[in-house]
Write a protein that binds this ligand. Structure first.
Ligand code: MSP
Length: 504
């Protein structure tokens, strides 16, 4: 029995409503999760929310609410978006879940007993919006080097985690596991960062300064640093330390999907935490790029967010998924443009895919009253070969974490099938009463459409469902359903509605 495929999103801060950047990370993970389900594997896909720390505390205060009440109101907004955009997760973890909090405390005790944690003085500069401490040297002209905002000087006693103990080990580990941090350019960035001595990580905040967090075990005057708390979700969500079946069957994670802005936490802090706890490393930490607008990262603090709820309202779920998955190569930044989304909608979705499906089913309707004809069969089916090659390309592209490449392979079949219609001219065959040839052409076309419905399931689940429904097939297809030649004569297939009515 193979180990289940375990994939995670980062935990989203609930200090603001989700925007397209968050939707992007989650859609990527959902697509990989669906693809592995499609391959017949057991999948565990976890997402959730990061609910402690200064940002959340401040957001709650700004609304005059208790932090817990505030987060309880925000979490459903995230869940609603995931439902709307077809995200099928297996577990939604919240860092305020009592089980998570307990595991964080157990882990801290364990690290203390291993002497990986010590108490010391922290002197430095703190950027509240970024929640980052900086040394004097790291500051950029006296400002936060990340966001260029003002920083505050701080000196306080705190608990520290001995990252430095494991620096050499980590460099060696990354060197020996080229698939651990991807893409390669990001791996190189991490290795360059690790050329400098690693400072130990301050993992507490005095409760007097920040009360919203998990209490440090035996020292309730401290709360746990939000990043230390949140990273642990990846094991607490599968019941780590409770000697559970769940943990042993799901860990190690196959993919931690993260944005490039949070790679250091996932490729430096997290592996070291795991190493210190004698837990196996995840297979891959995969960093994607940013969606930007006019060169700036789409983000709440820059005030340039794009609301995915609105985009879905205007163009539908699959339009958003198609645009985000296909427009950039995973790992690179993409410049977000609604105009371009509309352009792709009209050309790739409406003209190419939507037309193909409608053409195939309408011609069957027109020439055979919607019933698959029985024909003499054919020796040669040009699309069949293309379709089976597509499956292999999609598999390889997905293995290499390139969903955009997989989509290209699918669209190359979509376009080929449209060309096939143009070449075969079924309307001429009908006029000339070449019934057998006409039947063969339509069957060929409909088989292609049907298998497109199957393969689209991980990427565009709504369109996949609509196509499969036309053929009376169930949702959630697996690769077993990807078989050419199973359309039975006399099956009735309705014309259906256009999948993507054009947008002006
Ligand atoms: N709470 C932390 C993660 C803790 S994981 C243990 C966090 N949250 S976040 O809400 O700020 O960001 C979550 C994810 O959204 C990150 O992967 C981040 O890269 C992604 N995005 C946020 N804005 C983005 C864009 N503009 N473009 C693409 N993804 C971006 O960080």
């Amino acid at each position: 029995m193979n180990k289940p495929f375990y994939i995670t999103t980062p935990l989203y801060y609930v200090n603001a409503r989700p925007h397209i950047g968050h939707a992007y990370t989650t859609i990527l993970c959902d697509t990989f999760a669906r693809f592995h389900r499609f391959l017949g594997e057991e999948v565990f896909f976890m997402t959730g929310t990061d609910e402690h720390g200064t940002k959340i505390d401040q957001a709650a205060k700004a609304q005059g609410k208790e932090a817990k009440l505030y987060v309880d109101e925000m979490v459903p907004v995230f869940k609603k978006l995931w439902d709307i955009i077809g995200i099928r997760y297996d577990h939604f973890i919240r860092t305020t879940d009592p089980s998570h909090q307990e595991i964080v405390q157990t882990i801290l005790k364990r690290l203390e007993s291993k002497r990986d944690i010590y108490k010391g003085n922290y002197k430095g500069w703190y950027c509240t919006p970024c929640e980052s401490f900086w040394t004097q040297l790291q500051l950029a002209g006296g400002k936060c080097p990340d966001c260029r905002r003002d920083v505050q000087e701080l000196c306080e006693e705190n608990y520290f985690f001995k990252l430095s103990n494991y620096q050499l080990w980590l460099v060696d580990y990354i060197g020996k596991h080229p698939g651990f941090v991807l893409p390669k350019t990001r791996q190189n960035e991490i290795l360059t960062f690790l050329e400098q001595p690693l400072e130990d990580l301050c993992i507490t905040r005095p409760r007097s300064r920040l009360s919203w967090g998990i209490s440090y075990p035996e020292s309730p005057e401290y709360v746990v640093y939000v990043w230390f708390d949140a990273l642990i979700n990846y094991v607490s969500g599968i019941e780590y330390s409770l000697a559970t079946q769940k943990f042993s069957s799901f860990w190690p994670a196959d993919v931690h999907m993260v944005g490039k802005d949070i790679l250091r936490q996932h490729a430096v802090y997290w592996p070291i935490m795991l190493k210190a706890l004698d837990i196996e490393m995840p297979q891959t930490v995969l960093a994607h790029g940013w969606w930007t607008i006019e060169g700036s990262k789409v983000s709440k603090s820059r005030g340039n967010t794009v609301d995915p709820f609105e985009i879905v309202n205007r163009y539908g779920v699959d339009a958003l998924r198609y645009y985000l998955l296909h427009e950039v190569k995973l790992g690179f930044d993409g410049s977000y443009s609604e105009d371009l989304l509309v352009e792709r909608f009209n050309s790739d979705l409406a003209n190419d895919l939507g037309n193909l499906v409608l053409r195939a089913t309408s011609m069957l309707d027109r020439y055979f009253k919607g019933k698959i004809p029985s024909t003499a069969g054919q020796d040669h089916s040009p699309l069949k070969k293309k379709v089976s090659e597509m499956l292999e390309i999609v598999r390889n592209q997905m293995r290499d974490f390139q969903p955009e490449g997989a989509i290209d392979a699918i669209w190359s079949v979509v376009r080929e099938a449209n060309r096939f219609v143009e070449q075969k001219k079924p309307w001429v065959l009908a006029r000339e009463r070449q019934q057998d040839e006409l039947g063969n052409v339509l069957i060929e076309l409909l088989e292609t459409v049907r298998l497109l419905g199957v393969i689209l399931f991980p990427f565009l689940p709504m369109s996949s469902r609509k196509i499969l429904q036309l053929f009376g097939m169930k949702d959630d297809p697996t690769v077993k359903e990807f078989k050419w030649g199973t359309l039975k004569p006399n099956t009735q297939i309705d014309k259906g509605e256009p999948l993507f009515p054009k947008v002006e």
